[in-house]
Ligand binder design. Structure first.
Ligand SMILES: [Zn+2]
Length: 83
């Protein structure tokens, strides 16, 4: 927790004015308005995957994989047991 930008990780307080003003990005925290705007442009492309262009089935598979990986990394479970 803190007042560091979600995207560039620098403090939003007394920061470079070119990064814009502090904005709240729920549920992540705070960010510079400039950084948040930049993120909007790119966030639907991840590691070369254009998420917005996936068909519905592929998107569901990606979502499942992410959720499963999150569970494993959280140490909550070592097997697929989402329900
Ligand atoms: Zn920033």
């Amino acid at each position: 927790m803190g007042l560091n930008c979600t995207f560039c990780n620098e403090s939003v307080i007394n920061s470079d004015p070119s990064k814009g003003h502090p904005v709240s990005i729920a549920p992540y925290g705070v960010a510079h308005s400039y950084c948040a705007q930049q993120d909007l442009l790119y966030k639907r492309v991840f590691q070369g995957v254009r998420i917005a262009e996936l068909d519905h089935q592929s998107f569901l598979e990606l979502k499942e994989m992410v959720l499963t990986e999150d569970n494993v990394r959280s140490g909550m479970t070592n097997h697929v047991d989402l329900f």
